[in-house]
Write a protein that binds this ligand. Structure first.
Ligand code: ZN
Length: 104
């Protein structure tokens, strides 16, 4: 019998945030982790800073991840890099790089 680590290990699964506006996140294994700060910087996904690191499988890249900063999109956990990548893939096309050939 081993001693359980401090880090909550959860599988891939839906999660949800409880409290108003957001004080805790309930992970797929029913572990509740306090949310220190929430950053609703996107309309479709939130970023939460947690009181302790959680271990989870990212819903987007499927990578095993351990982080205190998690993204939640449609109830699914995203690793910080995938959350950041959402901005890249979903955002409006970046302005075109000026064409050097036509630059005056
Ligand atoms: Zn990921």
């Amino acid at each position: 019998m081993s001693i359980a680590p401090q880090i909550s290990s959860v599988g891939t699964g839906p999660t949800h945030v409880v409290g108003e506006p957001a004080h805790a996140i309930v992970l797929p294994d029913d572990t509740t982790v306090e949310i220190l700060s929430s950053y609703p910087v996107r309309p479709d996904a939130d970023l939460h800073s947690l009181a302790c690191a959680v271990e989870f499988a990212c819903a987007r890249c499927r990578e095993h991840c351990e982080a205190t900063l998690v993204g939640v999109r449609d109830g699914w956990l995203l690793c910080p890099s995938c959350y950041a990548a959402l901005d890249v893939s979903d955002a409006a096309p970046a302005p075109r790089v000026p064409d050097a050939r036509s630059a005056a």
